[in-house]
Design a protein around this ligand. Structure first.
Ligand code: ADP
Ligand code: MN
Ligand code: MN
Ligand code: MN
Length: 336
């Protein structure tokens, strides 16, 4: 049966890459990623190649059934240059986690955004809604805006087989979160990108845009959007040691600039020290501390210092591949 394959990739825009995709029809498909062919696209239209030699290659790396189209799949791809080497925009290829020892849980926050008013859902055309307070985990038409989109997205993710662990309404009006967990950094990134793709596409149906910017309402008293990165490896999961947790946290201190470089654009606007963030100029960690750069979850302390860490600095627009890559590199540099 004719099958629709939606090849999805990240463009070369800086500082924030966007999703691109196009459909390939094949006669038959097994459902297995290894049975998918590479494809190509015009890299001169995505800031990935000059017009004179415009071809870039799409290499399928992750495939799930497409819950919204008949006889169809979503195919996440890495971008290769014409010579077959990973393109410089390809963050996935920089992840050094071949044994999938690293587990990641990303908390993706975002705003549902009305493109006609350039404001979040729930904001009146003029002025502002009531101040923050009632919106977080709210129910009711006064405080929860856009739930039908959020619910449709959750169903679509689950039907596609993505490992969504939960959703919640966030602190600002029109702001929401979903969490995705995977054993393996590449797969965690793949799942976040496919979930973002599904959310964007569902938004189209409602004429609602997804605003991934980390501080779309500027310096007013509204929360920004993060993508907290919860991570562990065997060392953390089986540490039984406060010293190991401290050493791994300390390994992030000399890596601040390298981390911030890939933790999402405009993060200085979000990491102000207010709204449950640490200042971009500081580095700190602490048990249960939501004002720290890295939070040591109570879970780890309760499990005799074994478990995971939460880097709270990555923002909503960050590339989870690049975030995972730098976290893995930094954790591996820890002096244990
Ligand atoms: P909070 O909002 O309190 O920061 P959430 O419940 O939204 O917490 O997110 C916690 C995340 O931590 C989830 O995505 C979960 O999958 C992830 N997580 C839990 N255990 C581990 C682990 N061992 N390794 C990596 N991530 C983990
Ligand atoms: Mn959360
Ligand atoms: Mn949150
Ligand atoms: Mn969190």
């Amino acid at each position: 049966m004719a099958t629709k394959l939606e090849y999805i990739w990240l463009d070369g825009y800086k500082p924030t890459q966007s999703l691109r995709s196009k459909t390939k029809i094949v006669k038959e498909f097994s459902g297995k990623v290894e049975d998918l062919d590479n494809w190509s696209f015009d890299g001169s239209s995505t800031e990935q190649a000059p017009g004179g030699s415009s071809d870039c290659i799409l290499k399928p790396v992750f495939v799930v059934p497409d819950p919204q189209r008949k006889s169809a799949y979503l195919v996440m791809c890495e971008v290769l240059s014409a010579d077959g080497k990973p393109h410089e925009s390809n963050g996935r290829a920089t992840i050094a986690d071949d044994d999938n020892d690293f587990w990641f849980g990303f908390e993706q926050e975002y705003f549902l955004w009305d493109p006609s008013t350039s404001k979040p859902l729930g904001f009146p055309a003029a002025g502002y809604p009531a101040p923050q307070g009632p919106y977080y985990c709210s129910v009711g038409a006064k405080n929860a805006f856009g739930r039908e989109i959020v619910e449709e997205h959750l169903d679509a993710c689950l039907e596609a087989g993505l490992n969504v662990e939960g959703i919640n309404a966030e602190v600002a009006a029109g702001q929401w979160e979903f969490q995705i967990f995977a054993k393996g950094a590449k797969e965690a990134g793949d799942q976040i990108w496919v979930a973002r793709y599904l959310l964007e596409r569902i938004g189209e149906k409602y004429g609602v845009a997804i605003n991934w910017h980390c501080k779309p309402l500027g310096q007013l008293d509204w929360n920004g959007s993060g993508m907290h990165a919860n991570f562990s490896n065997t060392t953390l999961r089986t540490a039984n040691s406060k010293e190991i947790f401290t050493a791994i946290c300390e390994s992030f201190r000399p890596a601040v600039a390298e981390c911030i470089a890939v933790y999402g654009a405009d993060n200085d606007q979000r990491l102000t020290g207010k709204h449950e963030t640490a200042s971009i100029h500081d580095f700190s960690y602490g048990v249960s501390d939501r004002g720290a750069s890295i939070r040591i979850p109570l879970y780890a302390v309760d499990h005799n210092w074994s478990g995971y860490l939460e880097d709270r600095r990555p923002n909503s627009a960050a590339d989870p591949y690049k975030v995972a890559a730098v976290i893995i590199k930094t954790v591996k540099s820890a002096k244990l």
